[in-house]
Design a protein around this ligand. Sequence first.
Ligand code: SF4
Length: 378
Amino acid sequence: MLKEIREIAKKTANQYLLEAKKNNKKIMGYFCCYVPEELIHAAGFIPYRMRAVENQGTAKSDAYFSPSNCSFVRQCFNKALDDEYPFLDGVIFMNSCDHLRRMYDNWKHSNKDPKFLYMLPVPHKSDEICIEEFTRELNSLKTDMEKFFGLQITAQALKNSIQLYNKQRNLLMSIYNLRKSDHVPLKGSEFTDIMLAVTSLPVEVSIEMLEKILIEIKDRKVGRESDVRIYLGSGYHEEQALLDLMEESGGIIVGDNSCLGIMQFDLNADENAKDPIRSIAGRYLKRISCPRMVDDFRRRLDFMHAAIKEFKVDAVILDKLEFCTLWSGTMYLYKKELEKINIPLLKLSRELYGGATGQLKTRVQALIEGVKNQKTRI
Ligand code: SF4
């Protein structure tokens, strides 16, 4: 199953998605993890998390963006200009950052398909007023989708979708938690494969696969005792070569606070709530936040501290994409706080698929050797 998952993760579109498309199923792309998959699924669509895998560089999108824009955004938009997402019926954007907002503007301006492009304003706080506001915004998105595609999203469909996505999240959490063990059954790179796959598969298929994986890895042991247990604090990391590099240098990634990691599945929506849209709004705003959310750093830090203990972490790697201002500020704060607990730390800033693997490898190896030497001295 893990081999099949890696094949799915490497591709822009997988066979399940294309098969569903042939059978007239609609597919909705989305950026990033505050766009509720439940709402898209309840409309009868397959939610597809946008990705830059199989990218061919940024030659075309460079006409729209400056080199000081995020490489994830530039690469995804280049793929859009090259018609590399032909299976999409729409894309929902959100106000994560100005780079992403600009991609929405550019995509509209370029007149490229698909024609349903929607900017979802997501509040920056998670108090009751913001949940109320986000509920209103999700209702507007629902109405726009209903009008544009001539469909109806019923309360019952929303409840069913909430149940399915809760089930998927529970399975992901069970798999994630197995990495607390001294005998780590799954590499971080394999977990990222799983995340790339489940965010591009029909949820019903992904649930079946996750159930099989859980059985398959129960007695598996990929981590060696000598491996340095790494916590990955990362904005966006779909690039397998980077994770393989960390794990081939004597490290094993046991936990993360990444967009394509625990942020996607760490809290369920209330299945019994009277208003399913409000329940969805609450889940997305209350789960562990990314740096776009304001006044929430302390909660994010507590979350990381708890994970460092529970997953017996030896070292932290903070990884961000160049020009990501949200992660730049947060990394500075994490660094200051992590120094107080004396945990070995490496900060990386890189372009997505930007190469420079030799330099990265040297820095990762230096961190891992340092931790190993420290352990031997003790
Ligand atoms: S990595 Fe940072 S700059 Fe790039 S899209 Fe995400 S939040 Fe925006």
